[in-house]
Design a protein around this ligand. Structure first.
Ligand code: SAH
Ligand code: SF4
Length: 350
């Protein structure tokens, strides 16, 4: 018997070739593609435009729903759901669905763990386990899309801000974006996708030349190398004097605004000295700063800035004409907030 493969690991071209070998007409691949990515179906028997004779063969060859949620947790206000998925390799990964007003945002992961080791991040504390494949990244989105479809709802936004550093799994992440954007399939607008990076300089340069409309966010968190080196080890390799020009180049190349993320940590990076240094770095750049009071993680002693410090940091930026927003923390009670995703190491053997 043929071993079932995840449908989401297949490109439409590869599928067309396979189906042609099965003696199927050329349009069959596109039809199947539409059933899965538009119709969100997971069972060939429900694909009414596919001949019945083919149903069994497709079911034998492909798995259209490989993710078994091992656990789902919902925040007390009901706005946030976190799902722990078991992967076929035995590893686990987390993804989050957030509902806020008219928005339904999927926050998806690109790696199991992360090699960047940022001290305030639970994923970083896990270390790097492995990259996710295109199919595994895409299926997180399809899972939530199917989940919402049961309520006649659709996803409105996708943020690549879950576990892992997307620019450390560059190719799979770019292929995922292309797959989700595909007009013959899921057709998700690039403008409604945002990718967050810790600041891998050569990849920011590469991303600027991809020619798509996906939003870019850079996790800055500190405006001096001295402090950024302490919080974000990769800053030693890509220091601010390389990172900021790469961000400027991105804005110039794409004509798009860039977002900077700043997790405010009490008496670490929430003082006006850092705010001042930040203004110096990014003044005149078409950007937006997101301020997020630090979410608690188990093995980091820092904690969130007080409301007063958060507001004075914001006011300082505003006075200097830097647009910024204080982000409301969501899903903290279920550890679904930024930087809180981590899965037990024993289920994630390297
Ligand atoms: N690796 C990428 C994307 C995943 S992290 C990156 O770092 O950008 C998503 C966001 O959460 C990043 O801005 C990250 O720096 C931030 N983050 C990590 N730990 C956090 C914490 N404890 N509290 C608030 N934000 C955190
Ligand atoms: Fe990795 Fe981002 Fe966490 Fe840093 S903040 S360890 S880059 S996931």
């Amino acid at each position: 018997m043929i071993k079932q493969q995840s449908f989401f690991e297949w490109t439409q071209d590869d599928l067309a070739e396979l189906l042609q070998n099965w003696g199927e007409p050329a349009f069959r691949a596109r039809q199947l593609w539409r059933n899965v990515y538009k119709g969100l179906l997971d069972n060939p028997e429900e694909m009414t435009d596919i001949p019945r004779e083919l149903h069994g063969r497709l079911s034998e060859a492909f798995n259209f729903s490989t993710f078994e949620p091992q656990a789902t947790t919902r925040s007390s206000d009901g706005s946030t759901e976190k799902v722990l998925f078991s992967l076929s390799s035995g590893h686990t990964v987390e993804s989050v669905l957030m509902r806020y007003k008219q928005r339904r945002t999927a926050c998806i992961s690109t790696q199991v763990g992360c090699a960047m080791g940022c001290v305030f991040c639970a994923t970083g504390q896990m270390g790097f386990v492995r990259n996710l494949t295109v199919g595994e990244i895409v299926e997180q989105v399809i899972y939530f899309a199917r989940h919402l479809a049961k309520e006649d709802l659709r996803l409105t936004n996708i943020v690549i801000m879950g576990m892992g550093e997307p620019f450390h799994n560059y190719q799979a992440t770019m292929r995922t974006i292309k797959r989700l954007n595909d007009p013959t399939g899921f057709k998700f607008g690039a403008r409604r996708m945002t990718l967050s990076t810790i600041g891998i300089v050569p990849m920011i340069e590469r991303f600027a030349h991809e020619g798509h409309q996906v939003n870019l966010a850079v996790s800055l968190h500190a405006a001096t190398n001295e402090l950024r080196n302490e919080l974000i080890p990769i800053n030693q390799r890509y220091p601010l004097e390389e990172l900021i020009p790469a961000c400027r180049e991105y804005v110039q190349q794409t004509g798009r605004r860039i977002t900077f993320e700043w997790a405010l940590i009490h008496e670490v990076n929430d003082g006006l000295d850092q705010a001042q240094a930040l203004v110096g770095l990014i003044q005149g750049l078409n950007c937006h700063v997101n301020l997020i009071p630090l979410n608690p993680v188990p093995r980091y002693t820092g904690h969130a800035s007080s409301q007063e410090h958060v507001e004075s940091f914001r006011d300082f930026l505003n006075t200097h004409k830097i647009p910024c927003t204080i982000r409301v923390r969501r899903g903290i009670d279920i550890s679904a907030g930024c930087g809180q995703l981590a899965t037990e190491n024993e289920t994630n053997p390297a």
